[in-house]
Write a protein that binds this ligand. Structure first.
Ligand code: FAD
Length: 416
């Protein structure tokens, strides 16, 4: 295949392989299939599946759901509309951020399990003609000269196959599976981990700052309907909101050293650490877990290499990971997929796609990622979080400014 000469746009039947069917990968696949690209979406899991996440879908995602043709399905899936997010300092002081500040939608955000949300997107992808290979893992990257030209996959029955592609997207989330494979194969440059400012981070500080995320669905929580509550405690924070079937999702992020101290036992962490937050103790004291806790190491905040090799583009968390307390990771996944889809549709070559994608990505996310990296430092230091909550209680304006700084500019035209 001569990729140099191939114009992606002039050939709408160019083959695009998207790896990972989270919100970034599935929405990218749908957007490209809608304009007649030949799209193959590869996902190692079988959907619906549980996924570690706060499951807070910010209202700015609705414009994307409408574009993708899944808005009605998302609302009908049985989640909870969230009118406000309330942040609680350990002693119980709180500050509220109404969801309508994000896009003016009076009905608020949506709290829906990732099992349901990701399933709806995958079903839409299938319906629109995307070839979906689920229970299939990508295990290698194929090269022709210095360009990526396909992937090696392992099917659910253990068969190894090769799939060729003109353009590939790494939508494997924070794991950045394809990007890491490229680094290992040393195809372009050694792996560089970018910080929010674009500087290379010190691997030592990475280990010291390692975090672990936990999540489970609970019954019998004592939480008002329509609210998402965030609890700060020594060494971390957690979010609680109802999802479907009267269950609530509780997801918390905590320093790895605290997890070690409590032998990775979520129950002990909650009772001995998180219950130091008075509000968390009140809402969670009778809660019962309805499935096993999911736990995963969480690191690699900030921007990554968006174009690890020619023809390969990183999208969603694989391209940049924003702090979970902003409740905007899924939004960034959908937004970055839209930017990449437009770059692929509008540009004639892999190099032109890369240039446009990097430019638009920086324009849209650089400031947001920087503000969030500063706020992350406050989130893990109780004295700072107390101070921040007290300061934000001084008035609506500082709250609005800070809340808006973590997300895209809101304009009336995005509210359809
Ligand atoms: C603790 C925590 C809480 C969060 N809470 C929220 C929240 O409340 N609201 C919010 O908006 N965001 C939240 N986020 C962020 C959000 O979860 C992510 O931003 C979002 O999932 C990114 O989507 P994605 O499609 O890029 O990746 P993912 O959703 O991670 O999807 C990646 C997919 O790739 C698949 N995959 C991986 N490897 C392979 C392989 N080798 N072959 C094939 N498939 C593969 C995986 O199975 C997965 O389905 C949270 C994150 C964390 C860590």
């Amino acid at each position: 295949m001569d990729f140099m000469a191939k114009s992606v746009t002039s050939n709408p039947k160019s083959k695009i392989v998207v790896v990972g069917a989270g919100p970034a990968g599935a929405s990218l696949a749908i957007r490209l299939a809608k304009v007649d690209f030949d799209v193959c979406l590869i996902e190692r899991e079988r959907f619906p599946r549980h996924k570690l996440c706060g499951e807070f879908i910010s209202p700015e995602c609705f414009r994307h759901f409408r574009d993708l043709g899944v808005f009605g399905e998302m609302l009908a899936a049985g989640g909870e509309r969230i009118a406000e997010t309330i942040f609680y300092a350990p002693e119980g002081k709180s500050v509220s951020v109404p969801s309508r500040w994000f896009n003016g939608d009076a009905d608020g955000a949506l709290s829906l399990s990732r099992a349901a949300m990701d399933f709806q997107l995958l079903e839409k992808a299938k319906a629109i003609g995307v070839e979906v290979l689920d229970e299939t893992s990508v295990v290698g990257v194929l090269f022709e000269k210095e360009r990526v030209c396909g992937v090696k996959i392992r099917t659910n029955v253990g068969e190894i196959k090769e799939i060729s592609a003109d353009i590939l997207a790494d939508a494997t989330g924070r794991a950045r599976i394809l990007g890491k494979m490229i680094s290992r194969q040393n195809a372009k440059t050694p792996d560089k981990r970018f910080s929010d400012s674009g500087k290379i981070q010190n691997p030592k500080s990475k280990i010291q700052n390692q975090l672990v995320g936990f999540k489970a669905h609970l019954k019998n929580v004592n939480l008002p309907k329509g609210a998402c509550e965030i609890y700060f405690f020594d060494g971390g924070y957690g979010g609680l909101s109802y999802v479907e079937n009267d269950l609530a999702n509780f997801c918390f992020l905590i320093k790895a050293e605290a997890v070690k101290k409590f032998n990775s036992d979520a129950r002990q962490i909650i009772e001995q650490l998180i219950f130091q937050n008075k509000r968390a103790a009140a809402t969670l004291k009778n809660a019962e877990v309805v499935h096993d806790w999911l736990a995963v190491a969480v690191d690699g905040f900030g921007r990554k290499d968006l174009n690890p090799a020619t023809n390969l583009f990183a999208v969603g968390d694989a391209g940049a990971f924003i702090d979970p307390f902003t409740g905007s990771g899924m939004l960034m996944a959908l937004e970055s997929a839209e930017i990449l889809a437009n770059a692929i549709i509008e540009n004639p070559s892999a190099d032109a796609i890369a240039e446009k994608y990097k430019l638009e990505h920086a324009r849209k996310f650089q400031k947001r990622l920087f503000v969030c990296s500063l706020m992350r430092r406050a989130a893990f230091v109780p004295a700072f979080s107390r101070l921040l909550i007290a300061a934000l209680n001084l008035g609506e304006l500082p709250r609005k400014i800070l809340a808006r700084a973590t997300r895209p500019a809101y304009s009336a035209e995005i509210k359809r």
